[in-house]
Design a protein around this ligand. Structure first.
Ligand code: IDP
Length: 149
C-alpha cells in the first residue's frame, strides 16, 4: 500500500553530521522524498508531537532535547514505508537495535537515538500535519518507480 511517513533526524543526528547518511539510506531503499527542511522545533510543536508521553517521567527531557538544536524534518512516500522505515531505524533503545539499522549503527542511548519515525498511518498523518504545510509537500513522478515496484 502506498503510504507517507514522517521521519525526523533529531538534534543529535544533525549535530553528528548524519543527515546525508540517513537520507541516503531511504533514497537507496527506493522511497521517494516529498518534503524536507532543516527546522527549529517550537516547544508547542514538541509537546504536541510527544503528547502520548505526556505523563512519562522523561517528557520534559524529551521536549527540551527535541527543541535544543535544529532537526531535519522529512516526509517520505512508498509502499509500506511506515513499517519499513521503523525496521530501518531499529529498536527505540539502541541497546536492542540490530546492527545495520540506523540506531544500531549510530546511537548509544535511548535519549539520543538519532531518528524519529511515525509508527502507524494515523500517527504519520498527525505528525506530518504538525511539521509541514500542505504546500511544502510535493507530488511528482519518478521514472525509477517502475524499477522499484
Ligand atoms: P520511538 O521513537 O521508537 O517511536 P517512543 O516509545 O515513541 O519510541 O518514544 C519516543 C522517544 O522518547 C524515543 O525515541 C526516545 O528518544 C525517548 N524515550 C523513550 N523512552 C525513554 C526513556 O526511558 N528515557 C528517555 N527517553 C526515552
Amino acid at each position: 500500500m502506498m503510504e507517507r511517513t514522517y521521519l525526523m533526524v533529531k538534534p543529535d543526528g544533525v549535530q553528528r553530521n548524519l543527515i546525508g547518511e540517513i537520507v541516503s539510506r531511504f533514497e537507496k531503499k527506493g522511497f521517494q522524498l516529498v518534503g524536507a527542511k532543516l527546522m527549529q522545533v517550537s516547544k508547542e510543536q514538541a509537546e504536541t508531537h510527544y503528547v502520548e508521553h505526556k505523563e512519562r517521567p522523561f517528557f520534559g527531557e524529551l521536549v527540551d532535547f527535541i527543541t535544543s538544536s535544529p532537526v531535519f524534518a522529512m516526509v517520505w512516500e512508498g509502499e509500506n514505508v511506515i513499517a519499513t522505515a521503523r525496521q530501518m531505524m531499529g529498536a527505540t533503545n539502541p541497546k536492542d537495535s540490530a546492527p545495520g539499522t540506523i540506531r544500531g549503527e549510530y546511537a548509544a542511548t535511548v535519549g539520543k537515538n538519532i531518528i524519529h519515525g511515525s509508527d502507524s498511518p494515523a500517527s504519520a498523518e498527525r505528525e506530518i500535519g504538525i511539521f509541514f504545510k500542505e504546500e511544502e509537500l510535493i507530488e511528482y513522478s519518478k521514472l525509477i518507480k517502475e524499477w522499484v515496484y
